[in-house]
Write a protein that binds this ligand. Sequence first.
Ligand code: C5P
Length: 134
Amino acid sequence: MSATTGRSDEVVAGAIFRDGRLLLAQRVGPPELAGLWELPGGKAEPGESAEAALRRELREELGVEVAGAQRVGAGVPLAGGRVLRAYRVELVSGEPRPLEHAALCWVDADELERIDLVPNDRVWLPELRARLRD
Ligand code: C5P
């Protein structure tokens, strides 16, 4: 995929904040990541914007409608030339449910420090923590 044919090289992850807490989702696989917590999301399709990918992925994974896409922290290079990027999104409707994850939880700043995040998502800890302490 060339850089001019869309953002299908992107993996998007959504940061949903509510009442001073951040939503995290517990992975079911692959085995090395199972049980660890992440910002929910997934691969953008060819030609799909980050905002549209987040809307689609979070609808599929959580059963909710979200809007917006405000970058959080740095991009993380993944194997295969993809880049993982986090975006803050607003919850528009629905109550998040773990449709593709083992569980969901809402963490405050202190809980975020202690929870076992997937290694990639740890790079966003300073920005996520700062937002939770606002
Ligand atoms: O969730 P999915 O397996 O589609 O994600 C694609 C890739 O992005 C995987 O390598 C996954 O580990 C990674 N990822 C991540 N952090 C996230 C979401 C996905 O490291 N919050």
